[in-house]
Design a protein around this ligand. Structure first.
Ligand SMILES: [Zn+2]
Length: 241
């Protein structure tokens, strides 16, 4: 096969793929810009870019954590805790609060809704592992997310990734619920989205009222999920399962 034919074959194949997969939001030439656009429209977290690199953040947080532990009277020369400030700093920047960074926004590949699927798509039992912004204690629970597609559908694991991304911020559960719904509406260009989160808050379990079993439920139903009783009932029946 000549090089020329090979090249054309590859070109045709890639063009075919392109028509199937809408290079929506985040995969085209300026992905960061698109992510910024989505994040600008989503209910904001109380966050401002301070333009520090991750390394600088880790250094600063580590220093201040050291001061906190010293103030508590802990002996930072003790082998067991002398790395704790650095561990805390890395955990905040690289894990628990990674979702503050626009760069960590998950890749979203959308697929054209060729089969014109017009029923709800429900993803349930999505893990929610977040941190309450009032006490910096864990929030642990599950989300159920649904949408009725318009012209595009999304890979299902992307919904899980979206939930995980916004969970990796200091949060209040109400905002987390809204941010997931907002971003789905924007990405999928559909009004009809629904999000329910049920979670335990460790600031309620480990301190304060010390109530081990209480669950906090939040919901955000939009479009048909809000206005059409049948759609609403069908979605809510999914939760009870
Ligand atoms: Zn709290």
């Amino acid at each position: 096969m000549s090089q020329e034919i090979k090249k054309n074959l590859i070109k045709n194949k890639s063009e075919k793929n392109k028509s199937k997969k809408v290079q929506a939001s985040l995969k085209n030439q300026s992905p960061q810009l698109k992510i910024q656009e989505i994040l600008k429209k989503v209910t904001p977290s109380p966050w401002k870019d301070n333009f520090l690199s991750d390394d600088d953040k880790i250094k600063k947080i580590s220093y201040h954590y050291q001061e906190i532990l010293k103030t508590l009277g802990l002996d930072l020369n003790h082998e067991s805790i002398n790395q704790t400030p650095l561990r805390m700093a890395k955990m905040y920047v690289q894990e628990l609060f990674k979702g503050l960074s626009p760069q960590a926004f998950p890749k979203m590949t959308l697929i054209e809704n060729e089969m014109q699927y017009d029923q709800m798509i429900v993803v349930s039992k999505i893990k929610v592992m977040s941190v309450c912004e009032h006490h910096l204690q864990p929030i642990h629970g599950q989300a159920t997310v649904a949408y009725i597609p318009n012209k595009k559908v999304i890979g299902l694991s992307k919904i899980n990734r979206l939930v995980h991304y916004f969970s990796r911020r200091p949060q209040v559960q109400e905002r987390l619920t809204k941010q997931i719904a907002d971003s789905l509406q924007i990405i999928l260009d559909t009004e009809h989205v629904a999000v329910i989160i049920e979670a335990k808050h460790y600031c309620v379990i480990a301190r304060g009222v010390e109530d081990q079993d209480s669950l906090t439920k939040t919901s955000d139903l939009r479009g048909h999920f809000k206005t059409m009783p049948q759609t609403r009932a069908e979605f809510l029946s999914q939760i009870q399962k």
